[in-house]
Ligand binder design. Sequence first.
Ligand SMILES: Nc1nc2c(c(=O)[nH]1)N[C@H]1C(S)=C(S)[C@@H](COP(=O)(O)OP(=O)(O)OC[C@H]3O[C@@H](n4cnc5c(=O)[nH]c(N)nc54)[C@H](O)[C@@H]3O)O[C@H]1N2
Ligand SMILES: Nc1nc2c(c(=O)[nH]1)N[C@H]1C(S)=C(S)[C@@H](COP(=O)(O)OP(=O)(O)OC[C@H]3O[C@@H](n4cnc5c(=O)[nH]c(N)nc54)[C@H](O)[C@@H]3O)O[C@H]1N2
Ligand code: SF4
Ligand SMILES: [Mo]
Length: 714
Amino acid sequence: MINSKGPKTHFRVCNLCEAMCGLAIQHEGDQILSIKGDEKDPFSKGAICPKGAMMGEVYKDPDRLRKPLKKTSNGFVEIGWEEAFDEVANRLNAIRSSHGNNAVGIYAGNPSVHNYGTMLFLGGLKKALKTQNSFSATSMDQLPHHFAAYFMFGSGMRVPIPDIDRTQYMIVMGANPIASNGSLMTAAGVDKRLKAIQKRGGKYVVIDPRKTETSKLADQHIFIKPATDVYFLLAMMHLIFKNNSIKLGHLKQHVQGLDDLKNVAKSFSPEKVTHITGISVEDIYQIIEEYLATEKAVIYGRMGVSTQDHGGLCHWLINVINLLTGHLDTIGGSMFTNPAVPLVRNKKGKNSFDRWKSRVRGLPEFEGEIPVSTLAEEITTEGEGQIKAMVINAGNPVLSSPNGSQLDKALSQLDFMVSIDIYLNETSRQADIILPPTTGLEIDHYDLVFHALAVSNDAKFSRALFQPKYGQLHDWQILKALTKRLSKKKLSFFYRISTPKILLNLALLTGPYGKFSSVTNFFSGLSLRKVRKSVHGIKLGPLSTMFPEGLRTSNKKIHLAPELFLIELEKLNLKFKDSTTPLAQNSFSMIGRRHLRSNNSWMHNTEKLINGKNRCTVMINSNDAEKLGIKNNEEVLVKSRVGSIKIPSELTDSLMPGVISIPHGFGHHKKGTQLKVAEANAGVSVNDITDDLRIDALTGNAAFSGQIVEIVKL
Ligand SMILES: Nc1nc2c(c(=O)[nH]1)N[C@H]1C(S)=C(S)[C@@H](COP(=O)(O)OP(=O)(O)OC[C@H]3O[C@@H](n4cnc5c(=O)[nH]c(N)nc54)[C@H](O)[C@@H]3O)O[C@H]1N2
Ligand SMILES: Nc1nc2c(c(=O)[nH]1)N[C@H]1C(S)=C(S)[C@@H](COP(=O)(O)OP(=O)(O)OC[C@H]3O[C@@H](n4cnc5c(=O)[nH]c(N)nc54)[C@H](O)[C@@H]3O)O[C@H]1N2
Ligand code: SF4
Ligand SMILES: [Mo]
């Protein structure tokens, strides 16, 4: 609550990315005077990045929507909330009655997981919709992590996190935490944490096709050809078995499938994989020797090894290698969190794989969702179960999903679309109704997801700094209002009275730190009241050993060699040649990149953040550019099967020869949006050339990295 008498400091956590930085916000009334890192936050210790400092800009942004919009023949007009909810419910219910439940699809974008209200109330809406056509950003992001966790440990949320604060040797593959601030490794101030490894005499090594911000500070950087990590990991496993370096430690009695693993890596010696990966035999031996010789060591793989052809195999192999060598569930290795609100429930989860398939391409469902790469075809392919309407929650898939321009066209063909979004942007412009929630400084917050993916166990609750104006509603209130209107069953009394705070309190009380006393019949321990009182956050302790108790497989064993993974590996084995055909001179393998001053597709509206140099460029290795006669900052055409974009070049020596890099989230020039992004910063969308047919065959995850594209000098 704000009190306008004199400056005050409000403490909260930044929910823009995964890092969970504590913020200290000085304000007078609703004037923000400064936003700094909260030095007293025991987790983030004062860390902040330029995005967190811009939360006030998002709050004030005049382009942000405050009232529901309805599309008319004269463009969008403001309408009241009740009218908007009724219109959405009537249209969706009519479509469901004539075409069935699957005719309504739902997509949840990235900010959904950064909002506890959405996390607690989106499930209800999905249940009410009863559709098999549920999509999210997960299947163009971290799906392989969940997939490997589900098949190996029995729960998709039992995802191992690198114990960065205690490790002595960290292999970073396909992640650039110094720009991204870390992912599936919530670690505010990650730069300091990486430097601390070096200060205590350890090392960190980066394996990446680009010498990134993270690589530049590393002890060693090794180039790898995009999407060939699986071969490097197989070579590691090959040597582990060959040298008999298996150390199962406390997990010895709790694994199955060790014998099945023995043979799989036989044909992948370092000598055999060197050409395909571009990593020298010496480098492969050196990395493996150092990793094996260090007691506290860990392999950490992220985006670059997730969104590529073999993302599923990569994350499985990373877990397997960490485990076989005594680096899983051990201090300084890859560990598991014990958050105050557990996402892994006590009982073994229900079967969550292949209960249905996507209609057109036949891809299996995983944890209730089908891959987002199939969304456009599910809308445009006629037949029973065709998607006729979409609910899009906090997502901008026109810019973020592969072959975004195809999806843009598909969305325009829908009978009805509703977006729950704070902007009229590239995706929501296709909606018939836009429902704009509060965001950022206007919401209470508790990181349900990222406490569960953090490098230590902590709890922190943030109160809203500003109360909603203009009759705005929170995300959860919008979701609840829609659920009430769309549910065919009578909703329980508890659901009707529940709020995020009630649910959070209950989850904390029944969680591992909330104690129930059978004497007093009362809960003691951690409650929402206690967490709220500690405005800087509460430390609950370091990561600790979780297995075998933490296993959720039915036989309480770790499944080292799940059948699906072995079958996929066998296919890889059959295709494997230890050489690659050289690419034509103007063909390149494409990767992405993130910049500290941008956040996927939607913070480009914050002028102060994005101003300055145009960051939407195609980076090309200087020698490659010279061969093609391309100069720095020259507009070139980049072409793929699905389309082409014109984009300025940025010559660099930081890219591996034969590789180009283009960031995603740009392309803000589309007609019909209400954004003020300056022309110079609007850029183009790389996802107009990424191919929706390129997926990781095992998981269905989008394969952005390693797509072959052509560069044409104009
Ligand atoms: N080529 C390529 N494509 C990629 C990636 C890549 O590396 N390369 N990365 C992928 C990854 S990892 C991800 S996570 C996806 C992201 O994909 P998306 O989630 O589809 O895209 P975002 O850019 O995060 O868009 C978020 C949307 O939510 C809205 N929003 C912001 N805050 C709120 C809020 O509080 N409430 C509501 N209701 N809406 C809000 C924004 O206005 C915006 O429209 O992109 C993926 N796409
Ligand atoms: N500033 C900023 N921070 C963000 C975001 C943002 O847009 N901007 N987005 C947030 C989101 S949604 C996510 S998911 C996280 C992602 O966080 P990270 O996982 O750290 O993702 P990236 O920064 O994209 O780093 C991926 C790295 O993989 C490398 N790479 C690409 N292909 C390959 C390959 O085939 N093999 C190997 N070994 N490496 C490869 C790239 O060069 C790049 O350095 O970041 C989050 N944080
Ligand atoms: S690193 Fe992430 S959590 Fe920290 S201030 Fe920046 S955007 Fe916010
Ligand atoms: Mo992401």
